[in-house]
Ligand binder design. Sequence first.
Ligand code: GAR
Length: 209
Amino acid sequence: MLKIGVLVSGGGTNLQAIIDAVENNTITNTSISFVISNNPNAYALERARKHNIDAKCISPKSFETREQFNEALIDTINSYHVDLIVLAGFLVIVPSKLIKQYENKIINIHPSLIPSFCGTGYYGLKVHEGVLERGVKITGATVHFVDEGTDTGPIILQKAVEVKDDDTSEVLQKRVMEEAEWKILPEAIDLISNGRIAVVNNKVKKVSL
Ligand code: GAR
């Protein structure tokens, strides 16, 4: 049984997709040990509590220094002894100590086809005057392992989503979530929990059983 912990910052629709997939067996061999948010008002915490999952807020604002916040975050995560950490809309820089400790055991969902539209401070979809930069026609989402770079770790799954001419950023973001994020994040967890992928030379390979 793969024990996972989920880190969140906001609404938690990706968390909900994971919870639903565990409950309806789309994800197998997996239990959710905790949900941690940096934001006390994150609706994701409510979603977790409704399903009797330990839900905690660890806010940087409660600590005098970033180091103290990082230590509290790491200590709390370590107390659960999980096999995999899932960043499901976690908008905080993950401490490098945690990344080193959990090498190829942290995954992230990102709302674009990496390496397009990634980078520091990027949240949602890069929109300039109502359209994706230079009128991009295809976007999507990516699930990848987290390394010490920004969105640079080995890619597990990607799914493309069409950009329509009259899309607003809100309409497009919703389509990316519905058609891509809520599907590939649970699918990636299921692949990991069933030993179906391995990281070889910094690339994800499918393992045939
Ligand atoms: C999602 O769109 C996710 O891809 C994005 O935050 C949103 C969280 O929504 N993550 C990033 O931008 C990370 N760089 P949710 O709280 O409803 O799951």
